[in-house]
Design a protein around this ligand. Structure first.
Ligand SMILES: *[C@@H]1O[C@H](CO)[C@@H](O)[C@H](O)[C@H]1NC(C)=O
Ligand SMILES: *[C@@H]1O[C@H](CO)[C@@H](O)[C@H](O)[C@H]1NC(C)=O
Ligand SMILES: *[C@@H]1O[C@H](CO)[C@@H](O)[C@H](O)[C@H]1NC(C)=O
Ligand SMILES: *[C@@H]1O[C@H](CO)[C@@H](O)[C@H](O)[C@H]1NC(C)=O
Length: 630
């Protein structure tokens, strides 16, 4: 069917061009009531490009027999079932150790029995699938244990590195020296996360990233080589009797710092400079990210989106985060456009981070922000009820600050959060709206769909959005004033007010968005756009547990139309879209139930425990000889 598709896409959302600022700052009330709002005194000239990616033999039929979202939801369901079936097949410690060997061609690390008991006691239903841990650690098998230990000590040696050390000694965790007191909560959160199992951990040191952004991007060839070594250093004979089920005895000795070692700065430091080429350094040299140079931000790059898309919808959420086929991301996300810190190493450093962009070699661990409930789902029947899905307000809601990157020289115009707010508040109301193709029921053929450009403002469709910025942060020079003029501000809302709304949008900030987990736990349906991935992404399936949105945002309205339904357009312009409330409710429920089963605090502990046992082995001088043998 794909051959029938004609993609109709609009690039209105790339760079916002403020043409004339002829009036005062728009009042905040206006942006709250966007459905009622008149076109503001500030107007914009959009640079619009409509691209027809036609398939030559089909001139006419832009007719789709099915709505792609129906198909994507079905695929999501199957994909998740397939994943779930293999995530926990073992039913005893022995089976689980055997399953480990089959999956990873190694013995489990020493202490695996304690981990297994811990996981079972906490009713973890994920016992076998820890591919994400094994994947994150694979390149580290390419460097020696002593090198890993040395690099850990180096990155924590100077507070400038923005990395903090955690020391495990005699089964207890301690804070290392040299960290910034402002980030103490991260370390306290980690200590809380590990305290119930630290007794099973060997002596070791760990380095935790204190910045929001990921830190380690290793060039393609070096990274591939390390991965290959990682894959080839597996034991040849898993039945060998010479495996020791114990840690090396001299681990503490091995952690002694060499005499006279000095603080070292281990990272490059390039804040507020486009980071795309450095951040995509792990992409193959022949990929478009490495070859294309900077994409002209004014055009929508349909060929960039195509590999992970079905029409305007994301069909592969994992792939959608890869910069390698998307040179245009360079201008579409604050992390690439103008990151706050970008203290990054191109050498493989052992850094534990809460989230990372694709191509980074940071090791993911469960965020202490979520574990310590810095932001949490806490509805309350009296003050902040989380009503059943059908009883919620039929609105897509987003509040946030402009914190994705540090704007300078107008870089905010490309950032995802700012593009979102612009898109939501300008295309919906202005009579000058450009025509934006939206997938709707075919105007004449019942039961079919087509991409249609509408002559009227999108608000005529009855798509309800309540999307505003609450604070302009991280802006230099005149960029703060320019953003204030464009967006206005609304007062912050109470976090627990989110549950009023049926659809919640989650967007990256400077790192992953810690709100996503509470969104998932609620009865609302989360939409998610972003490039950062966290530990839990290995357990979630797009279209099964949440709705993925391309970071170009060109599919947002078509997606909303599917769930909310639309009012029929004027004379002969279509039939209106019926709301798919059941589909939305089903995904909202599936996400909530799944989060209650596999993303609990207990699951974070179980994940961290297993990660640290693996780390213990990786940093052990006899790592090729030790393992759990039952
Ligand atoms: C938008 O959300 C705010 C905060 O929850 C609310 O006060 C306001 O009434 C909403 N606006 C509309 C038009 O629903
Ligand atoms: C890059 O080269 C590899 C093998 O040399 C090939 O498999 C791959 O398709 C190429 N990728 C692109 C985007 O050209
Ligand atoms: C999505 O893309 C990833 C990365 O390229 C690939 O490994 C995976 O098989 C794809 N998933 C599906 C469902 O196509
Ligand atoms: C906006 O952000 C600034 C800087 O982070 C902060 O000092 C200020 O309190 C924030 N204002 C609001 C209304 O949240």
């Amino acid at each position: 069917m794909a051959a029938f598709l004609i993609f109709l896409l609009v690039g209105a959302i790339s760079f916002v061009h403020v043409k004339a600022v002829s009036g005062a700052v728009r009042s905040s009330q206006l942006s709250q009531h966007l459905r009622l709002r008149k076109p503001s005194s500030i107007y914009f000239s959009f640079l619009i490009l409509i691209i027809f990616l036609g398939y030559s033999q089909y001139q006419e039929p832009q007719v789709l027999d099915n709505h792609p979202i129906d198909l994507l939801i079905r695929k999501g369901r199957v994909q998740w079932q397939t994943w779930y079936r293999q995530a926990s097949t073992s039913e005893s410690l022995a089976e689980s150790a055997a399953e480990y060997q089959i999956r990873y061609q190694r013995h489990p690390p020493p202490g695996f029995d304690a981990w297994y008991r811990y996981a079972k006691e906490r009713s973890s239903i994920i016992i076998d699938d820890y591919d994400s841990i094994v994947g994150d650690l694979q390149p580290f098998w390419g460097i020696s244990p002593s090198q890993i230990r040395l690099r850990t000590q180096e990155v924590v040696s100077d507070p400038w590195n923005d990395v903090a050390g955690l020391i495990i000694r005699n089964g207890r965790g301690y804070l290392g020296p040299n960290f910034k007191p402002t980030h103490r909560w991260i370390l306290d959160g980690i200590l809380a996360l590990i305290k119930d199992f630290s007794q099973f951990l060997p002596d070791m040191e760990l380095a935790f990233n204190l910045n929001d952004e990921p830190r380690v991007a290793v060039p393609y060839r070096i990274f591939q080589k390390l991965q290959d070594i990682g894959a080839s250093t597996k034991p040849t004979d898993l039945n060998s009797k010479n495996v020791l089920n114990t840690w090396s005895r001299d681990r503490e000795e091995a952690l002694k710092r060499p005499e006279g070692s000095k603080p070292v700065r281990k990272f490059g430091d390039q804040p507020r400079i486009n980071s795309f080429s450095a951040a995509s350094i792990a992409c193959p040299p022949n990929s478009s990210a490495r070859k294309a140079g900077v994409w002209d931000a004014r055009n929508l790059c349909t060929s960039c989106a195509a590999p992970h898309s079905d029409g305007v919808f994301v069909s592969n959420w994992t792939l959608s985060a890869s910069p390698c086929h998307q040179a245009d991301l360079s201008n579409l996300h604050g992390f690439y456009l103008s990151p706050a810190a970008f203290k990054t190493s191109h050498e493989l450093l052992p850094i534990f981070s809460q989230s990372k962009a694709d191509g980074f070699a940071d090791i993911l661990y469960p965020s202490p922000w979520n574990y310590a409930d810095k932001v949490k789902y806490a509805s309350d029947p009296d003050t902040h009820p989380d009503r059943p899905f059908d009883k919620k307000e039929d609105t897509l809601f987003w509040r946030g600050s402009a914190s994705e990157g540090v704007s300078q020289h107008g870089t905010w115009k490309g950032m995802m959060r700012q593009r979102l707010v612009h898109l939501a508040n300008n295309l919906t109301t202005s009579s000058r709206s450009p025509t934006l193709p939206i997938l709707l029921p075919h105007p004449t053929i019942p039961g079919k769909y087509s991409y249609q450009t509408l002559p009227s403002p999108i608000s005529d469709l009855n798509l309800f959005l309540n999307i505003s910025i609450v604070n302009i942060t991280r802006a230099w020079d005149s960029d703060g004033a320019a953003q204030l003029a464009e967006f206005g501000l609304v007062p912050p809302t109470h976090f627990q007010d989110h549950w009023r709304y049926r659809y919640l949008l989650d967007m990256d900030g400077a790192g992953y968005s810690s709100r996503f987990l509470p969104f998932l736990q609620s009865r609302s349906l989360p939409f998610r756009a972003g490039i950062f991935r966290a530990w839990y992404d290995s357990r979630l399936t797009a279209w099964k547990h949440f709705i993925p949105i391309d970071i170009r945002l060109h599919g947002l309205f078509s997606t909303l139309a599917y769930f909310m339904g639309t009012r029929p357009q004027g004379k002969g312009r279509g039939h209106g879209m019926e709301a798919n409330l059941d589909a939305g409710r089903e995904i909202a429920d599936a996400g909530r139930e799944w989060a209650e089963r596999v993303l609990r605090k207990e699951d974070m502990e179980v994940y961290m425990f297993r990660l640290l046992l693996e780390w213990g082995r990786l940093t052990d001088d006899r790592r090729d000889e030790i393992g759990f043998t039952g």
